[in-house]
Write a protein that binds this ligand. Structure first.
Ligand SMILES: NC(=O)c1ccc[n+]([C@@H]2O[C@H](COP(=O)([O-])OP(=O)(O)OC[C@H]3O[C@@H](n4cnc5c(N)ncnc54)[C@H](O)[C@@H]3O)[C@@H](O)[C@H]2O)c1
Length: 370
């Protein structure tokens, strides 16, 4: 198969979908890999390293898209890439369709086969291609939150871990999944007083077992959230309803009850956000303030730590990319339920229920194409 790896062009996105090591694994199985010149630069991989691995470097993104049977990317295609995606081309990347209608419509029009990292799902419901980025974003949410709690950055001016004789900050984490657990681990390590809220009681039982003493668990409901936000310094949004928009757990009116300088980090922003006042921001301008509450809503948080993120992501995506390249998308998706679950839009049809529901678009059973 011919595989194309364009350079990511979304603001401050420095990750790359394939490392030189990954390229070598594909090439040694007989595949051809085209990498756009400098695609790996932001993650610390030089053109020479790709060449040494056997890949071919191409100067123009348009040429990479035009040559490839499978495009491997990191972020969802942005407007200037829409027209480069061809009919029948397999595009393997994060799409997050349910949060952005123009992208969904553009991919329907393209006739491409869109296999979304975020909905590749195992039988047990786990999302193997979301996990590594959620681990990064979860850990980073506390690092960023701690920074924006500083007074010069408009926060409350409270140190996460406190000091002897002064209480630590209170951290509230909505969602006890991968983001929430990783956030809790870092916050707890820094000495904060942490509460994780989730709907899933079994998950809370597990977290209660494995987390240190300064992490508490609570069932999530509107009443409890309304009470908790009043005295928490840092609030992390890490909920997920797979393939659908995030539920709005913090509403606009709750902001007025928070203390000035409270920091909200809505990690779920890529699924529309679980805070009503959340709108996507970039690493260049990551925060804004409403009602004296600092909002940090960067949609591609792992993009700021590309070295860690690229390795974490490609560790997880490469086995799937090899399967797709070796067998072709059809056989690979027939054999693997995980990959089949990743199909969202193909040949002009929406084949993922959460996406068709989000925009009231007709739903086509994926079996039509398998
Ligand atoms: N901004 C970024 O850069 C970035 C990076 C990685 C992941 N994310 C996003 O972070 C979000 C969380 O990802 P994850 O991997 O932790 O998902 P996950 O599935 O591991 O965890 C989500 C948790 O939310 C819980 N939940 C669902 N509804 C809830 C509710 N009403 N109240 C409380 N909890 C609820 C679920 O029970 C689950 O435990 C996703 O939207 C993901 O796309 C964003």
């Amino acid at each position: 198969m011919i595989i194309g790896v364009p350079k990511e062009i979304k603001n401050n996105e420095n990750r790359v979908a394939l490392t030189p090591a990954g390229a070598q694994e594909l090439i040694k199985r007989g595949h051809t890999v085209y990498v756009e010149t400098n695609a790996g630069e932001g993650s610390g991989f030089s053109n020479e390293e790709y060449l040494k691995a056997g890949a071919q470097m191409i100067d123009k993104a348009a040429e990479v898209f035009s040559l490839a049977e499978m495009i491997m990317k990191v972020k969802e295609p942005i407007e200037q890439e829409y027209k480069l995606i061809k009919k029948d081309q397999l595009v393997f990347t994060y799409f997050h369709f349910a949060s952005y209608e123009p992208l969904t419509k553009a991919m329907i029009t393209s006739g491409a086969i869109c296999l979304a990292y975020e909905t590749v799902e195992r039988v047990d419901g786990s999302l193997p291609l979301l996990i590594p980025m959620s681990e990064v974003a979860g850990r980073m949410s506390i690092q960023e939150g701690a920074k924006y709690l500083e007074k010069p950055l408009k926060g409350r001016g409270i140190l996460l871990g406190g000091v002897p004789g002064v209480k630590p900050a209170k951290v509230l984490i909505l969602g006890g999944g991968v983001v929430g657990t990783n956030a809790a681990k870092i916050a707890a390590g820094m000495g904060a007083d942490v509460t994780i809220m989730d709907l899933n009681l079994n998950r809370l039982r597990y977290l209660d077992d494995v987390m240190p003493k300064n992490v508490h668990t609570m069932v999530s409901n509107e009443y409890a959230i309304r009470e908790m936000v009043k005295d928490h310094d840092l609030i992390i949004g890490g909920v997920l309803v797979p393939g659908a928009k995030a539920p709005k757990l913090i509403t606009k009116d709750m902001l007025k009850t928070m203390r000035p300088g409270t920091v909200l980090v809505d990690v779920a922003v890529d699924q529309g956000g679980c805070i009503e006042t959340c709108r996507p921001t970039t690493h260049e301008d990551p925060t804004y303030i409403i009602d004296d509450v600092v909002h940090y809503c960067v949609a591609n948080m792992p993009g700021a730590v590309p070295y860690t993120s690229t390795l974490a992501l490609t560790n997880a995506t490469l086995p799937y990319a090899i399967k797709l390249a070796n067998q072709g998308w059809k056989k690979a998706c027939q054999e693997s339920l995980e990959l089949r679950n990743g199909l969202n839009v193909m040949f002009g049809d929406v084949v993922y229920k959460g996406v068709s529901d989000a925009f009231n678009l007709p739903y086509t059973d994926v079996k039509k194409y398998l």
